[in-house]
Design a protein around this ligand. Sequence first.
Ligand code: C5P
Length: 224
Amino acid sequence: SNAPVIAIDGPSGTGKGTVCGRLAALLGWHLLDSGALYRLVALVAERSGTAGSDEAGLSRLAREMPLEFVKGEGETPIRALLDGEDVTAAIRAESISRLASEVAAHPGVRQALLIRQRAARRPPGLIADGRDMGTVVFPDAPVKLFLTAGPEERARRRYKQLKDKGIGVNLRQLSAELAERDARDSERAISPLKPATDAVVVDTTGIDIETVMQRVLAQVTENI
Ligand code: C5P
């Protein structure tokens, strides 16, 4: 399909997920949480005892895992089902975050998920949330945004997010894990985390979500 795509990339803790959820609700467009796909591969790998280094095994899981996304509510706009089991909360665990970023460095895994991601592009349009939406998956997207924020603020936001979900974490440890994950995502050879040359960079440091939404919406109305 050549339905319009709004590609929103950036590291975690920038408000990306919230922005994407609100945009999808506002416009009535489909929502792709590409990070959830990498997290699902990580979860299946963990459960099946597939090592983070086993590219062939992980690629097969990425191609064959029986997943389904269904509509959720409010702060959880989509729920992830694995063979019918609701794993929406399970894929948010920190152990899965770490394994997801390991899994995501394998070209075979990315290739398998590319097909699933492009299939999400359907009328009336798609909000695509990830790291390489504007650079690799939807390079022809008419709107490309790249959200950033300072590392301390991103760690604080993640901390609050996880705490609100009832997931117990330690701020210092979370900061360290976030930094490690960002480094791995930014330095990998394939599809590294970086803004597309034609992306608009929005620095959200010290800016509340309402103001971020205004800036994002300005880009959307200008280009769609
Ligand atoms: O966005 P989220 O934190 O759920 O993503 C989990 C991990 O999945 C990221 O740290 C990254 O390694 C990987 N990812 C990716 N490409 C995407 C989305 C996520 O490599 N488009």
